[in-house]
Design a protein around this ligand. Structure first.
Ligand code: CMP
Length: 224
């Protein structure tokens, strides 16, 4: 349980309560866990596998908000405000996790109020990520968006210690990247070529070798 950010510092007693309340759940690759507009009174805690949270936009394109990874929770918005699910949740790969229902979460929170604080910090982190994504899509051209996404991924992977020429195995194909970046696949393809031409990245299969300094220049055109 402590591998989930919102339960990090929990003592033995609430952990025992969680054990008694949570319902194990498995999913297959491609399975829809819930859809935007559904009613939902539970969160899913991801143990294994990645789950895509996305929207189908009015023009038929997909916008990916985030991939929930092991240690993440999803479905917390409907759990907290009682409104309909705000996005689709689709398993990007087979996996497993735990389901925690609203009534149980509320019982837990009533006895251990620190959990509410941890949930607020979790939501603050998500809102910060959304601000970055919104800024990227609204303010940056696709090459800069791609460079910013790669830098974010490098930061998540290497934390504060990114080497000058890091290597990165991208878990996303070009269509999935396009849905993350709010662009079409051909545009993403062109942007990849532009980054290669600028020698900010080079590709070898699905492994990218990156040049940190060049990526940063492309990510922030004001620096150029
Ligand atoms: P809920 O609205 O219950 O169902 C969809 C879930 O997608 C939502 O809870 C969050 O877990 C997640 N979600 C919705 N919007 C975002 C966003 N902008 N960034 C990250 N995750 C989101």
């Amino acid at each position: 349980w402590r591998s989930f950010a919102i339960f990090e510092g929990l003592a033995a007693e609430p952990i025992a309560m969680l054990d008694a309340m949570a319902i194990p759940r498995r999913w297959m690759a491609g399975e829809t866990l819930f859809q935007r507009g559904d009613e939902g009174d539970y969160v899913i805690l991801v143990h294994q596998g990645r789950i895509k949270l996305s929207l189908l936009t009015a023009n038929g394109r997909e916008l990916t908000l985030r991939y929930a990874e092991p240690g993440d929770i999803l479905g917390e918005l409907s759990l907290l405000d009682g409104q309909a699910r705000s996005a689709d949740a689709t398993a990007a790969e087979a996996g497993e996790g735990l389901v925690l229902r609203r009534a149980d979460f509320e019982r837990l929170q009533a006895r251990f109020p620190d959990i509410a604080g941890a949930m607020i910090r979790y939501l603050a982190g998500r809102l910060r990520d959304t601000t970055e994504q919104l800024e990227s899509i609204a303010m940056f051209e696709i090459e800069a968006r791609l460079a910013r996404f790669l830098l974010l991924t490098l930061r998540q992977y290497f934390e504060d210690d990114i080497p000058e020429t890091p290597q990165l195995r991208l878990a996303l194909n070009q269509s999935e990247l396009a849905a993350m970046l709010g662009a079409s696949r051909p545009k993403v393809n062109k942007a990849i070529q532009a980054l290669e031409a600028a020698r900010a990245i080079s590709r070898n299969g699905d492994v990218l070798s990156c040049d940190l300094e060049r990526l940063m220049l492309i990510a922030d055109p004001a620096l150029q």
